[in-house]
Write a protein that binds this ligand. Structure first.
Ligand SMILES: [Zn+2]
Length: 305
């Protein structure tokens, strides 16, 4: 099945907050949250968590990566749930300690809040981005035992960012993939979001495709269960090749003129997309990074030949 609405997926997993920027709750004896969305949605996430857990409190927050739309409300959630232990990769922790990264995330969070409030008369109860203290760091292949018969396996999945981690719960065959397996839109098109490295990104998606998956929770918009989970991952792998081909063709046609290449790809990936989407400026910044990643891949392969 394909879920694109917040709420209960199974008794184990809940998608909370808005579907566009969700967080996931693993409901067990020591409840776990995966990712922390935007800072300005912090109170909304906390309310949703309380609706599911009642008087119980989440014990862990695991971050996939240090992007402001995935770690934004970590400090807000800590203020709601003082016992919450925040876990990330060592690289994510480094980023979250850097003053320039904090400054950038503060600016981008404000921008996202303004963008989200567009057209809505309701004033957001603004929670500015605040840095969070990381309580524990993890690395690839670590296994965190939550309780008897329930564990979280850490999988390093760089490519979208260098610090990206995915989480796999083997006993339930649940994969929290963040943005390591692309971002699908409502038409089924999967954006290959290889911001820092095309080859790294492909290796990561292929690694995830090896897992036995009954439920796949993506960083934005969708949860897939049953056969749809496996089908999605297979398509995510194929999408990498398609994006490479598209970018290569556009770069050749436009003789490397970046602005024309970006506009052509934007028409396909962004302009034709309906409904809620990221701001155009955020999309363009990411597209530029993705094209740089592809160009590096193409240059490296030319040198090898
Ligand atoms: Zn990201």
């Amino acid at each position: 099945m394909i879920f694109n609405k917040p709420g209960r997926i199974t008794d184990d997993i809940y998608m909370l907050g808005p579907t566009g920027v969700p967080i996931f709750l693993l409901n067990c004896n020591s409840p776990v949250i995966f990712d922390a969305g935007f800072s300005f949605l912090g109170n909304k996430y906390a309310k949703d968590i309380k609706n599911v857990l009642g008087v119980r409190e989440p014990e862990h927050l695991f971050l996939t990566h240090a992007h402001y739309d995935h770690c934004g409300s970590a400090s807000v959630l800590k203020s709601h749930f003082p016992g919450l232990k925040v876990t990330s990769s060592e690289k994510a922790k480094d980023i979250l300690n850097r003053p320039n990264a904090i400054k950038l995330m503060t600016t981008l969070s404000k921008e996202a809040e303004r963008f989200a409030a567009k057209g809505s008369k309701k004033r957001q109860s603004a929670k500015p981005f605040e840095p969070v203290v990381i309580d524990r760091t993890i690395k690839g292949n670590d296994i965190i035992e939550l309780e008897k018969g329930l564990s979280i396996q850490v999988i390093e999945t760089p490519g979208h960012t260098r610090d990206h981690i995915s989480y796999y719960i083997p006993e339930k065959k649940i994969l929290i993939a963040g943005e390591a397996a692309g971002i699908p839109d409502s038409t089924g098109y999967i954006v290959t979001d290889c911001l820092v490295g095309y080859d790294m990104y492909v290796d990561s998606v292929e690694k995830l495709a090896q897992l036995e998956i009954e439920m796949l929770c993506l960083g934005h918009d969708f949860v897939y269960t049953g056969a749809d989970a496996g089908k999605y991952i297979k398509r995510a792998v194929e999408s990498c090749g398609k994006f490479l081909h598209l970018a290569k063709t556009c770069l050749e046609d436009e003789q490397g003129h970046m602005e024309s290449v970006m506009n052509r790809i934007k028409q396909i990936e962004y302009d034709s997309k309906e409904g809620i989407k990221q701001s155009e400026s955020a999309y363009m910044i990411n597209l530029k990074a993705r094209l740089n990643a592809v160009q590096n891949h193409l240059n490296n392969n030319t040198h090898q030949n």
